[in-house]
Structure formats: C-alpha cells, structure tokens
Design a protein around this ligand. Sequence first.
Ligand code: SAH
Ligand code: SF4
Ligand code: F3S
Length: 471
Amino acid sequence: MSVMNAPEREQFEYIEKCRGLIGEWSRKKGRNICYCVVTFGCQMNARDSEKLKGILEETGCVSAPEDEADILLFNTCTVRDNADRKVYGRLGTLKEVKNSRPDMVIGVCGCMTQEKTAAEKIKKTCPHVDIIFGTHNVHTLAKLLYRHLSEHTLTVDIWDEAREVAEALPVRRKYPFKSGVNISFGCNNFCTYCIVPYVRGRERSRSAADILTEVKRLSEEGVVEIMLLGQNVNSYGQDLPDDGQKMSFHELIRAVADTEGIERVRFMTSHPKDMSDELIDAIAAHPKICNHVHLPLQSGSSRLLKDMNRRYDKERYLELVGKLREKIPDVAITTDIIVGYPGETDEDNEETLDVIRKACFDNAFTFQYSKRTGTPAAAREDQIPREVVTRRFNEVLSLVQEMSRKRAALWEGKTLPVLVEEVNEKEEGFVTGRLENNMSVHFKGDASLIGSFVNVVLTECKGFYYIGEMK
Ligand code: SAH
Ligand code: SF4
Ligand code: F3S
C-alpha cells in the first residue's frame, strides 16, 4: 500500500480517538457497542457502505441487526421519489426507539443528503437524527462521529464537491470472495431526468495504477470476482492527464482480468453512447471478462432519447446490441427503462416495446418516471398522468418478462460454472450462486462451498433464476 496522504492520516487519528470513546461507552454498557449500516440504492452506495462499516469496525464497534444498533446509519438514495420516501418512513419509526434509548446515534448520509433542501428537511422533521453527511465525505465518518460523541450536538457536514481523496481506509466487504472497485465517481452526462450528477458531482476517474493496486490487494485477500463501478464506465479515463499512464476502459478491464487470482470481472454501468468496439472485442476475447453487459436503454424512441440528452438513437442502440450478440454469442444484455418521461406518447412507448422485442433483453429494470427537483425534465409541463404511466408500464413489464423467460430458457439443461455466494435462506440445504451471465442458481449444497466455483446442471428455469444440480 502506498504512503498515506494527509486526509487519510487525519481520519486514522480520528478513528483512534473514537476508539477511546467507544471503549468508554462499551465499559459503561458492559457490552460491545453495536452498529448497523442500512443501504439504499445502487452498487456505488453498497461500496460506500462497505467503507462506512470498515471505519466503524476499526473504532471497535461490532456489526448487529438494525434493532440492536447503538449506531445506526442510513446510506440513502434519491434517484426516484420512492427511494426518498422509504428513508423518511424508516426515520419516522425511529423517533420512539430513540426516546427509549437516548444514547443511540442515528446518522443519515448518501445521495439524498446532497440535495440542497434535504439537510434542513431532516433537521426539521427528524430531530432525533444526530449526524448528517454527504457522498463526498464518506471517508470522514470517524471525524463526524467523534465530534458528535464528544459534543453531543447535531453534526452536519455536507460538501458541494469532492475535496480530497482518501482511499487507504479500512473496508468491510459484504462477501470475502467478491468486491466492487470504484473506477470513477460522479457523472458528466446530465440526462434530463436524472439527479445523480447533482448529488454525486462531476466525473472523476481514479488512476489506473491505484485501481490495479487495489485489485491486486483484493486478489491477495482471496477475492476472485471484481465488479468495476462507475456511472459510465465506458468514459473511464477521459478526464485523466495524458501522462503515459492513462488507460481507456477496454485497456483497464483487460489489465484487471489479467491480475493473478482474479477469475471474473464484471462492470457497471455502460453508457451506450460511449461503448467502443474495442470493449466488445475485449469481452469477446478475454475468458475472465463476464459475458454480461448492462446497457441502459431508457427509451426506444429516438425523439425521447434526444430529449433526454442520451446522445444515441434507437438505431445506434440496436446496432450495438447486434454487434454484442454477433461477437459474443452467449452474451447477456440487461437494461434500464423509464416509462412516462414527460411528453411520452403511445407511439414512443411502441418504439420502446419494439426495441425490447428486437434486443430480447435477458433482464430489464423498468421504472416509472419520477420527477426530481432541479432536473430539467421536472420543470416540464407535459408530465404524463399516472394512469397512462401505469398502463404503459404494465405493457413494458409484461413484454420484458416474456423476453427474459425466452432468453433464460436457452440455458436449461446446460452445465455451467457457478460461483457460490451464500446459503439459501428460504430453502433449507440449498445454496445460491451466480452464472457468468449474472443469473442466480439455487442448488443443493452447504456453506463450505461459498466462494468456490462448481459446475451445475441447470435443471429448471424459473424465469429469472434456475434450479440446478451440482455435478
Ligand atoms: N449511470 C447509469 C444509471 C444510474 S441511475 C446509466 O446512465 O445508465 C439507474 C437508473 O435509474 C437509470 O438507468 C434510469 O433508468 C433510472 N432513473 C434515473 N433517474 C430516474 C428518474 N428520474 N425516474 C425514473 N427512473 C430514473
Ligand atoms: Fe444519470 Fe445519465 Fe449520468 Fe446515468 S449517465 S447517472 S442516467 S445522468
Ligand atoms: Fe441512488 Fe445515488 Fe446510486 S441516487 S442510484 S444511490 S448514485
């Protein structure tokens, strides 16, 4: 690991200071101090939560379920309003809990808090919240916790932009055998409906050297699967200085896949406008790069795509899908679709249905358009009535399901390698793993298999997952 920078040293000092206070608190209680981090939203947030947990463990806290936590953090998402509502709902129910356990510490962080009015709203409606911070200062948790524990006041610290980099801090991974690795933060695309660029800031790529060092270290720790994370992985590196070390995404992913010990590499998310032929070739050629591309469509209507500022049209999207399927015959293509974007007509929706049929997606996440304050689309007057959105949404959803069942059926009866992830909680004596194409498989097995690759016959396709038998 490289030498620590000043922000990293500062945080380690605060971790030490917290350790003292947590130790005192623990002696008073006669037991360990417990923490829980509740995560909403995407893989980026999941990765941030692993960093938050890493810091909390280092201060001497131990992981516990939500209802036993002395320190409870909500790492929030604000991409759609239902994500916001979920958080306020959960916070509301904590009011009484906090009344009965006044020494409990409740924190709110993540994308929701970066919205201009959010901190005020939380302060007003949830006075039982103790710490509020944002996406750009996740690494300062120990400092904020120390301030709160020593001063017992509401601690609010939200940064408008990324001011410092602190990567050499502890991380507590959910799975010992797989890990996300951030390759870039933020987004420059400003799709008109989307709040992410406002809450995550401008796109910043990490240096290839830092990424590869992290991958190597993870591999030494036993990680076999890496998920490269960015809002638009295909534009990785474009903001880096031309110092001879700069790599584009297809070069980076090959280098990650070549790292000793790494067996699978995934990536998320690919923006269609920046998907290069070189990347398609890399996926086709490299056995360790998974044959799965998540390629958000958003809409099949070229008119709406233009309006959304997506910078590709229906034809370009279908051309990409054609290339992927031609060069990587067993590729799984998944997507995101928004229904009910302002001004959407039935004809636009027909175009979306047409792309779903032609692309034959392996899976698709379909969302009803949600108005996000501050985005250009939210100010539009031609918002679509709820009942029209619901009707179109149901049409899209049922076609998506039909297509993904069709795709999934193709693998039935085949024997494929599965990385075993966990014991199946619903079905006793079963474990769950993933295929290269990201689909889940449930089959008989025990905890000793977790983290290893086994060959499994896919005996029964259940639409979105398989039941299998280990060979
Ligand atoms: N960077 C990724 C997407 C991140 S957000 C990309 O561009 O592909 C994940 C998904 O949420 C988006 O793909 C989009 O389908 C959906 N989404 C974003 N803003 C939304 C909104 N205002 N209403 C409904 N869905 C939205
Ligand atoms: Fe949002 Fe578009 Fe950026 Fe994705 S690319 S995060 S949809 S603005
Ligand atoms: Fe949500 Fe933030 Fe991810 S808004 S989708 S958690 S980047």
